[in-house]
Design a protein around this ligand. Structure first.
Ligand SMILES: [Mn+2]
Length: 374
């Protein structure tokens, strides 16, 4: 029994607001590497660990078509089982009832699937992402105790005990954090899955953490599960993390895992520039095949603009206050208007224009403050 594990595709992701980059072609190129692998090497099952899409809305027509087509291509090689992650468009599940005929399963609520895979019975407990707030009913008082009870009732359901007795393998497939991992990015309503729960299964296929890793039992060092880590590096926090797919092989003695990093993935790089970039830096940033974040020290907005014009630069942060600056050199503002006013003072503008800009800024700010939909 060999299982291919992939997840956190985030199809449709457009990253960096100031200079938006549609990451879909890069993600698709990486996912094609999985098909290349499958054409050469047999697997018995494909586990998709959630966050197939990036936004909570349907993908644009062509991309949606690509996704469905891709899932079917995978299923030509082995049954495909996916759970929804926190990013997924919930409507993806409407595809499920058509897809099951072709051995593509998309699970949106806790479900146990018993499949016959190459003559062996495989029991898969599929748990999509769950948020503690969403499992208590609105009439419940939201106390810690009520919350804990609700969480426990879900955790109690996650067990291989209901798998048919003749199952050769009992797997857990889920999207979430494992106990002992902190992933502050997603807040505190996440329910960590206890390691003791993982140890009841033969293996757990995990999604949500964008860094490939194996989860081991703290005492026995047995491998309990794996995170394949996603596909594309979506922000600079992921610069040194790893993304790829895992092959988990149960056929020999003990479980063996093999990690395959994506080679079509674009690299991220962070550089610091002081004043204005030297010709060498400009040339490096022009030829770099990936995405660059620049921290600019002692620069101005013109320098920021010039940096954005370089092909690889997607984010520029102006660092005007360095750590060793004295208290006196730090500019302080009592309001946003005052800050903008001080900025305008430094520009070579006619005073009427300056006043008009300041007036406009104030009215926008006022509008933003009144907008309680934010
Ligand atoms: Mn994700």
């Amino acid at each position: 029994m060999r299982v291919l594990v992939t997840g956190d595709w985030h199809l449709g992701a457009v990253t960096w607001r100031r200079k938006p980059q549609d990451r879909t072609p890069e993600i698709q190129a990486c996912l094609e590497e999985i098909l290349d692998y499958l054409r050469e090497e047999p697997v018995d099952l494909i586990a998709v660990t959630g966050d197939l899409t990036h936004y909570w809305v349907p993908l644009e027509g062509e991309k949606q078509h690509w996704l469905m087509d891709y899932l079917y291509k995978l299923s030509d090689f082995a049954p495909v089982i996916g759970v929804l992650g926190n990013h997924d468009w919930k409507g993806l599940v409407s595809f499920d009832k058509f897809a099951r005929i072709k051995n593509v399963f998309i699970v949106d609520k806790l479900e146990q699937l018993n499949l016959d895979v190459g003559g062996e019975k495989v029991c898969i407990t599929a748990l999509p992402y769950f948020d503690a707030r969403k499992i208590i009913t609105p009439t419940d008082t939201n106390t810690r105790e009520v919350m804990n009870d609700a969480v426990q009732s879900v955790l109690d359901e996650i067990s291989p005990r209901n798998c048919s007795g003749d199952s050769t393998y009992r797997f857990l497939l889920t999207h979430g954090v494992v106990e002992g991992m902190s992933y502050s990015k997603f807040g505190t309503n996440e329910v960590p899955i206890p390691r003791v729960l993982l140890s009841q299964f033969d293996f757990t296929f995990l999604g949500h953490i964008h860094d490939a890793k194996l989860i081991t039992d703290n005492h026995t060092q047995k491998i309990l599960g794996c995170y394949p880590g996603g596909v594309a590096k979506l922000d600079f926090g992921e610069e040194s993390s790893q993304q790829g797919f895992y092959i988990v092989d149960f056929s020999g003695q003990g479980t063996k895992t093999y990690f395959h990093p994506f080679i079509s993935q674009k690299k991220l790089k962070q550089v610091t520039v002081i004043g204005s970039p030297s010709p060498k830096v400009v040339s490096d940033l022009t030829t770099f095949q990936g995405y660059v974040k620049v921290t600019l020290q002692e620069g101005d907005l013109v320098a920021v603009q010039r940096l954005y014009e370089l092909p690889s630069v997607v984010s520029v942060e102006l660092e005007s206050v360095t750590a060793d600056d004295t208290e006196n050199s730090r500019v302080k503002f009592s309001s946003m208007e005052e800050a903008y006013g001080q900025y305008l003072e430094k520009q070579e503008l006619k005073s009427e224009l300056r006043d008009k800009l300041l007036e406009k800024f104030s009215s926008y700010l006022q509008k933003a403050r009144e907008d309680d939909t934010l």
